[in-house]
Ligand binder design. Structure first.
Ligand code: ZN
Length: 417
């Protein structure tokens, strides 16, 4: 009882401090909240045909495998890793036929790291289906798939979603099976250590991201309808993202497009439908800032449904107003060049690239270097100097942390694990 009183006081104090609707991410889940929703499950691929059901875990796996078998020239099924309880964390990689040469930029969609926020889970499955079946028929989808390598991870916290067993998403929870919030469990670029040890689901995700060069991504959540752009760790007045103006344009296009299909959405946080994350609510150790900072990938958090779990019969309506925005967002990868906030006068990509990054031993350097390569620690002290043309740098002896590599006028971050 006393605890409830404290919670109430804290909530009242918070509400007075923050004029905006509190970020749902900040609160513990309401047990059983999903049970009041009408959740119909699909136990076969055929039962997903109307897209008005949630798939059982087995149906989900079967759908992903089915696409991989039916469209072998167009997609491949990757396993990012497994959850603590051994469920698969999958990613569908969609590439145009004949474009498997690594020349296209890589895009990443990932959903439902909060297990009960399942609208995005079905939206991502339907997006995979739409792109694969539309290739060669719909010009926009064909052009997109031919010019971008599209990675889609529909479910990044399967243990949370299927907490009560593989046969239903009823009773899903936010956390993984260790009751850890995966979106407070990433290395924080700005110095806050996560409360919990890095969870298996996140380690797998970090490795997967580290093995790719995603340039644009989005992380789908529910509980509100707002486009949340970086940073989450700061308010925009404290530390604006270097690409803030670009983010705002992208958010406007996403929201405007969805509102042409349903004008009532993206209004529950503010009227414009987008916000800088920290201006809404500052959070540490989130995935969005981690990816932006450590991987030079522009990631935003899309809160796409006011209800964390919409009734299954409402799923087609969410697709109707989101589908064009979700597709168009992938194409935003063509609206910028290069690394975050770092472009030369022509706006062409920075010429050097480091991989793998983060790394624990070696980092390889791709691109021309014609002057000394200098590695500085976070305090600006030189820790290594290598001749121009060096292509592999051994960082095993360096303590964990962030380092800055400079050569000529170019610079890049190295993250030592
Ligand atoms: Zn969430």
């Amino acid at each position: 009882m006393f605890f409830l009183f404290l919670l109430l006081c804290a909530t009242v104090a918070y509400a007075q401090e923050k004029p905006l609707k509190p970020r749902p991410d900040a609160f513990p889940p309401v047990p059983g909240a999903l049970d009041s929703k009408a959740v119909t499950m699909a136990t076969t691929i055929e039962e997903m045909a109307g897209w008005d059901r949630y798939p059982t875990y087995e149906t989900y796996i079967a759908m992903m495998q089915d696409w991989a078998e039916r469209f072998p020239g167009l997609c491949k099924l990757d396993t990012i890793g497994t959850s603590i309880k051994g469920r698969l964390i999958l990613c569908m990689v969609i590439r145009g036929e004949g474009t498997h040469n690594g020349a296209n930029p890589e895009f990443f969609y990932s959903s439902t790291m909060h297990g009960d926020e399942v609208t995005g889970y079905v939206m991502m499955l339907r997006l995979i289906d739409t792109l694969l079946n539309g290739y060669g028929i719909n010009q926009q989808y064909t052009d997109l798939v031919n010019t971008v390598d599209i990675y889609i991870n529909p479910l990044s916290n399967p243990d949370g979603t299927y907490r009560n067993g593989n046969s239903s998403v009823s009773g899903a929870m936010r956390y993984n099976s260790n009751y850890v919030d995966l979106n407070r469990n990433y290395p924080d670029p700005f110095g806050t250590a996560p409360i919990n040890a890095q969870q298996q689901e996140n380690t797998a995700m970090i490795d997967y991201i580290g093995n790719h060069s995603f340039r644009l991504s989005a992380n789908l959540h529910g509980g509100s309808e707002v486009m949340n752009y970086p940073w989450d760790s700061f308010t925009s007045s404290e530390n604006p993202h270097p690409d803030r103006d670009w983010w705002i344009e992208v958010c406007k296009r996403f929201v405007d497009t969805s509102r042409t299909y349903s004008n009532s959405h993206f209004r529950d946080v503010n009227s414009q439908g987008y916000i800088e994350g920290g201006d809404w609510y500052v959070i540490p150790n989130g995935r969005q800032d981690y990816i932006n900072y450590y991987h030079n990938c522009r990631e935003m958090t899309m809160e796409i449904s006011s209800d964390k779990t919409v009734s299954s019969s409402q799923l087609p309506e969410y697709w109707r107003f989101l589908q064009h925005s979700l597709v168009n967002y992938i194409a935003e990868i063509h609206t910028f060049a290069g690394n975050i906030g770092i472009t030369d006068a022509e706006g062409s990509p920075s010429a050097i690239r480091l991989y793998p990054n983060p790394t624990h031993d070696k980092v390889f350097l791709q691109g021309e270097t014609d002057s000394d390569i200098v590695v500085l620690d976070i305090k600006g002290r030189e820790v290594m100097r290598l001749p121009a043309g060096t292509q592999s740098i051994d960082v095993q002896h360096l303590p964990q942390g962030i380092y800055l590599l400079h050569t000529g006028t170019q610079s890049a971050k190295i993250v030592k694990r």
